[in-house]
Design a protein around this ligand. Structure first.
Ligand SMILES: Cc1cc2nc3c(=O)[nH]c(=O)nc-3n(C[C@H](O)[C@H](O)[C@H](O)COP(=O)(O)O)c2cc1C
Length: 272
């Protein structure tokens, strides 16, 4: 819960910021030259872009990476709404978030399959979990392909009313059929500054467990991570706090949950 975030002394804050700045991807020295690992390990969510346009061939290659992503039984339960600055402005009457040059709204889509296959029950698992899982993999493929082409990006669930948390709005704007659900918007552009430091990532030995039994995360590691999350947020957004941001997120999630329940699950209940 947002209210449980740690209180910090100045010393705690400085120590946590220092630990963030010292954080590095752990690449085995034998693999340091691997180009794909470099791209994945050094990727960052970027929120500052230059005015440089992304050429059509580059954008097409990014979309192609999405098209070729793995999916359950190769059912490709996704759609991508694609935009440049002009078409975004025309659709949403505002600029692309963070002044990015291109955007893709990634959607879970079981609608297309239903035209040819009578396989899917209209259940929350199919409508939501399966489609969302597959579409998220396509999103990640696009994100990595962009990095490989020198294009930076950030996935958005709420900024600019264009993600999972604004499904109903997008459904109307994009004229989406039932069983097509916006999951996130990825905005793309060329980074205008050096990449930000790696945000605090939990250590590998805390997120993996071997031996077939779930292992609880060390509470000291969790406290330390929360300290870094709080300090990192404060250092990036001095006028706000992680706590405030989590509270905004919490209320948005609450509203989005109601919206999705109405759009997905109530409909399903009524259909039965
Ligand atoms: C599904 C998803 C939704 C996200 N939504 C937002 C968002 O609405 N606004 C934002 O600034 N960043 C958003 N992010 C980016 C995360 O904040 C970012 O991935 C996280 O802080 C870790 O940083 P990194 O990507 O540089 O490793 C989102 C990321 C994901 C995967």
């Amino acid at each position: 819960m947002a209210t449980q975030l740690p209180k910090m002394t100045l010393f705690d804050f400085l120590r946590a910021v220092w630990r963030i700045l010292a954080g590095r991807p752990q690449t085995p020295s034998s693999l340091e030259g691997n180009e794909l690992l470099k791209i994945i390990h050094n990727r960052r969510s970027v929120r500052h872009f230059t005015k440089r346009e992304i050429q059509d061939d580059v954008f097409s290659a990014i979309l192609e990476a999405g098209r070729l992503a793995p999916s359950t039984v190769n059912l490709q339960t996704w759609s991508f709404a694609i935009f440049d600055s002009e078409t975004w402005q025309g659709t949403f009457n505002k600029i692309i978030p963070f002044r990015a040059q291109r955007a893709v709204i990634v959607m879970g889509d079981t609608h297309r399959n239903r035209a040819v296959l009578n396989t899917f029950p209209q259940s929350p698992l199919v409508e939501y979990t399966v489609a969302v899982t597959n579409a998220s993999l396509a999103a990640m493929n696009m994100n990595i392909a962009a990095e490989a082409l020198g294009v930076s990006s950030v996935m958005l669930s709420e900024t600019g009313r264009t993600g999972l948390l604004d499904s109903d709005y997008l459904k109307q704007k994009l004229n989406l059929p039932d069983d097509v659900f916006p999951i996130m918007t990825i905005v793309f552009g060329y980074a205008s500054k050096a990449y930000p430091p790696m945000p605090p990532k939990l250590p590998l030995d805390q997120i993996c467990f071997a031996g077939g039994k779930y292992k609880e995360t060390d509470s000291q590691v969790l406290d330390d991570w929360m300290m870094q999350m709080t300090a990192g947020y404060k250092a990036s957004f001095p006028g706000s706090s992680l706590n405030a941001q989590l509270n905004v997120y919490k209320s948005k999630i609450f509203d989005a949950e109601k919206e999705l329940n109405r759009m997905v699950f109530n409909k399903q209940i009524c259909d039965q």
